[in-house]
Design a protein around this ligand. Structure first.
Ligand code: PRX
Length: 635
């Protein structure tokens, strides 16, 4: 029996049991039957969470792009691989076939090689959601270069930090990008970043907006003529299963962003297998994930997972509100989308608008609705279910992380009965555990604790680029022999999981992970600021928004408060990006601290959320009097 496509609940339980009782035999069968390898593995899995070291399919060789492209050519050369839907609905959509995608990726691979990029080199990709982004990512994978995609909403400082952290030799970007009715000068941002990036030798520039930019001699090259001149064929590099495929940065609660390293073989197997089952993708379906390829969701479920299955995947350049709030539904109707995958923040934003924006469109093609990135609240779940799915398309609330590479806890549509706000059951092969604060596993049902994973899965990140110790400390020390996710969860009476949110200092704003420390560092650099603390508070659309408590230096005291607020947000925008701006900034005389000098964020969180009835014991604070003062002046 092939376990590749699970179609009913009994089968899920049966396959799940097999996958945890005999993980190696299970994954070996999936890998062998559904992918092409240049050479087979010597060993399916070796692992040791204390080091930590995890290897899947060791000794095997493959190229992920042969699995995503070449092997589909005999049957799918003229089938659509990518539908590119531009920002402006007046501009024609592009249907890129597997044959065309293969050719363009090969050309791009040759361009990279001729530009001096070798196997193992890092290439930074700072592009909007245009087809060149897909070509570049796949071309890197084809020649064995490691792509590091940086979301094109990050500032030049954030971009420079990411380029330098992994020593990128090249940046691939565009002249600009369209986002709704805005044009963003991406090349200008890259130019500013590169002033601090001595290691970057070449910049390739795709033309998108036609805006005026400067091209630096002997460094910057237009992409188009290079692609036109390049050979249309390229022999894919033989990659080891454990060779790095890409680096993707994610915020931690402290310190600089973490460059999560994903490898080739296991990542391919797991993203493809989850894609097939979590979206119940069938031949001929049109699948659309609205994420940006700058995030893991786009890597795994716009590019690699769908293409490894020979699927048709939509790449959308625009935003849900342009030209109006009906855009998502217009695109669903236009391309007859069957599976639609988005974030709760987008659902909440659209649910606030008039229903006419939805009702104008024919959404009858939809079969599966997905949610990712943060907990989906009950109200948003029902709105999505009633108005988009008309009660007929199951909602898959998929829990996972940049670090996990693929979906970990999720219903399978038409297989697992769903319950609002529950991610439900672990995916095949995933062994979750809930832990108490002492590090003991909490068994049984109707319990809650910290969510860990007990056993390796093929697409887990293998390290943090350049800092294996941090990888161990962050994920593998809190709970011995377990991967710690940083999330809290509960398990209900039928064994379903519900994710309750982060238990560390990461705040999820509009589905984006933001660590408090880098934002505080940025605020503290303002000359008028002495100290600051950031916490999250509930927000109708964003899920959480940021609340900053800021202590001013003497020079700040005399300044206009609204101006200072603007300057602080401007500074955050420059250092990190507009997504990290604060919704509220309260100037305070002090911050509640323990006697050892640690800021008591728990108290600040309660104040920011206006939940001050039960603040707990504050008598042990170094400065309990400051709490009342802050409470009296909350915003
Ligand atoms: O807190 C969880 C939340 O998003 C975090 C991971 O963020 P990131 O690495 O940016 O990846 C997001 C896309 C995979 C998790 O630790 N999260 C993600 N999905 C869900 C979720 N929280 C609740 N429910 C979800 N479905």
């Amino acid at each position: 029996m092939s376990n590749y496509h699970i179609k009913h609940l009994e089968e899920y339980f049966q396959v799940y049991r097999k996958s945890v009782q005999h993980p190696e035999a299970f994954w070996e069968e999936i890998a062998e039957e559904h992918f092409v390898w240049r050479s087979k593995w010597d060993r399916v899995l070796s692992w040791d969470f204390t080091k930590p070291e995890v290897k899947w399919f060791e000794g095997a060789e493959l190229n992920i792009t042969e699995n995503c492209l070449d092997r589909h050519l005999p049957t799918k050369r003229n089938s659509t691989a990518i539908i590119f839907e531009p920002n402006d609905p007046q501009e024609e959509a592009q249907h890129i076939t597997y044959g065309q995608l293969h050719e363009r990726v090969c050309r791009m691979a040759n361009v990279l090689k001729e530009s001096g990029i070798n196997k193992g080199d890092r290439v930074c990709v700072y592009l909007p959601m245009i087809p060149e982004l897909a070509y570049t990512v796949l071309a890197c994978a084809r020649i064995g270069a490691i792509h590091s995609v940086v979301f094109a909403g990050f500032s030049s400082n954030a971009l420079a930090a990411r380029i330098n952290d992994c020593d990128c030799k090249m940046v691939v970007t565009s002249d600009g990008s369209f986002r709704g009715n805005k044009i963003i000068d991406l090349k200008g941002i890259v130019d500013a970043a590169l002033e601090d990036c001595p290691g970057v030798e070449k910049v390739l520039v795709a033309k998108r907006t036609g805006g005026k930019i400067t091209m630096k001699k002997n460094r910057d090259y237009w992409l188009k003529p290079l692609l036109n001149d390049a050979y249309a064929d390229n022999d894919a590099e033989r990659m080891k299963a454990e060779d790095p495929l890409f680096i993707l940065y994610t915020s931690g609660s402290t310190g600089k962003p973490k460059g999560m390293v994903h490898t080739s073989g296991g990542y391919m197997v797991y993203t493809a297998y989850t894609f097939k089952n979590v979206f119940q993708y069938r031949e001929g379906d049109v699948y659309w994930c609205t994420a940006d390829i700058g995030w893991i969701t786009g890597h795994s479920y716009i590019i690699y997972g769908p293409l490894a299955n020979g699927a048709t995947t939509v790449m959308f350049e625009g935003v849900p509100s342009y030209p109006d709030y009906g855009r998502f539904w217009a695109v669903v109707e236009k391309h007859k989308v069957n599976q639609f995958y988005t974030a709760p923040t987008a659902i909440r934003a659209l649910a606030k608008e008039n229903l006419e924006y939805v009702e104008k469109y024919d959404l009858s093609s939809l079969k599966v609705l997905g949610s990712v990135g943060e907990p989906i609240n009950e109200e948003a779940w029902h709105w999505y279910n009633n108005n988009i799915g008309h009660g007929k398309s199951p909602i898959v609330d998929t829990w996972w992380q940049t670090e996990t590479g693929g979906i970990m806890i999720t219903p399978l549509p038409y297989v697992t009965p769903t319950t609002p706000t529950y991610a439900t059951l672990p995916f095949i092969g995933i062994q979750p555990a809930l832990m108490d604060e002492e590090g003991n596993e909490i068994m049984g049902i109707q319990v809650d604790g910290r969510l860990c994973i007990k056993f390796p899965w093929p697409s887990m990140a293998r390290t943090i680029w350049g800092d294996h110790e941090r990888y161990r400390d962050t994920y593998f020390t809190a709970y011995k022999n377990n991967y710690f996710t940083g999330d809290g969860a509960l398990r209900d009476e039928v064994g379903y999981y519900r994710i309750t949110g982060r238990v560390d200092d990461v705040i999820i704003v509009s589905g984006h992970n933001l660590g408090t420390a880098p934002i505080e560092d940025s605020i503290n650099e303002h000359p008028a600021v002495a100290e600051s603390a950031i916490v999250g508070f509930p927000h109708d659309i964003k899920g959480n928004a940021l609340y900053g408590f800021v202590i001013l230096k003497e020079i700040g005291e005399a300044r206009d408060r609204d101006n200072l607020r603007k300057e602080i947000n401007q500074q955050i925008t420059e250092h990190i990006g507009p997504i990290a701006k604060l919704d509220k900034i309260q100037f305070v005389p002090g911050l509640p601290k323990t006697r050892s000098g640690k800021i008591m964020r728990r108290i600040l969180r309660k104040i920011a959320s206006k939940d001050t009835e039960n603040l707990g014991d504050i008598s042990t604070l170094l400065n309990p009097e400051v709490v009342k003062e802050i409470m009296d002046n909350t915003l």
